[in-house]
Design a protein around this ligand. Structure first.
Ligand code: GRF
Length: 205
């Protein structure tokens, strides 16, 4: 299974994919694309010898045109599964339909709570005691697609209002769940529930 990763920033999730699933179990990261030319994620891709694509916002007339270009490039790289790993732009319908059912995202909250940007800060503002991570399929909404895996974290009381502390607690969960989801998909262990459109059946073995 050829994996294409979209990342806008640091790329720590990309790095974990490169270090764990890349080159094992028939999984190859064949492409890394970014909307941010200076993204650290692109350096990580270069260091791993993975082809990179840069799709800067101002190089295209509109978001759809850019998304068509990204989708076409990923197609040329033979990508089967698209992983959003800190990709900060919302994908438009032409991209979603090009890879329908084959796009996953990692989000730093227990969806459906706190979709969109600054999810950890949203949770702190709400006063939650439990934070978490969701890996989910991507549809045309913002963090609305079917859930594949979730993991929860209960920060100590003094960390409950500290976004950096919560982020540090969530990062290992992301770094565990995202590669696991990719492995499970590659193994054919993730499938839609025929009896329920929102549910995903996951066989974790
Ligand atoms: C992660 O927190 C992920 O949940 C969110 O963006 C962040 C990306 O981090 N979607 P990194 O670039 O992989 O380090």
């Amino acid at each position: 299974m050829n994996v294409g990763v979209l990342a806008s920033g640091e790329g720590s999730n990309l790095q974990v994919l490169l270090d764990t699933v890349h080159g094992s179990g028939g999984i190859v990261v064949t492409a890394v694309a970014s909307d941010q030319p200076g993204a650290r994620a692109l350096e990580r891709a270069a260091a791993a010898g993975v082809p990179r694509g840069v799709f800067a916002r101002d190089a295209y007339p509109d978001r759809e045109a850019r998304d068509r270009a990204i989708a076409a490039w990923l197609g040329e790289q033979g990508v089967d599964l698209v992983v959003l790993a800190g990709y900060m732009a919302i994908l438009t319908p032409p991209f979603i339909s090009a890879f329908a059912g084959r796009i996953i995202n990692v989000h730093p909250a227990l969806l459906p709570a706190f979709p969109g940007i600054r999810a950890i800060e949203q949770g702190i503002a709400y006063g939650v005691k439990v934070f978490g991570v969701t890996v989910h399929f991507v549809d045309e909404g913002v963090d609305t697609g079917p859930v594949i895996l979730q993991g929860a974290v209960e920060p100590p009381p003094d960390a409950l209002t500290d976004a950096a502390a919560v982020r540090a607690l969530l990062q290992p969960v992301e770094h565990r769940l995202l590669p696991e989801a990719v492995r499970l998909i590659a193994a054919g262990a993730v499938r839609p529930d025929p009896d329920h459109p929102r549910r995903v059946l996951v066989d974790r073995g």
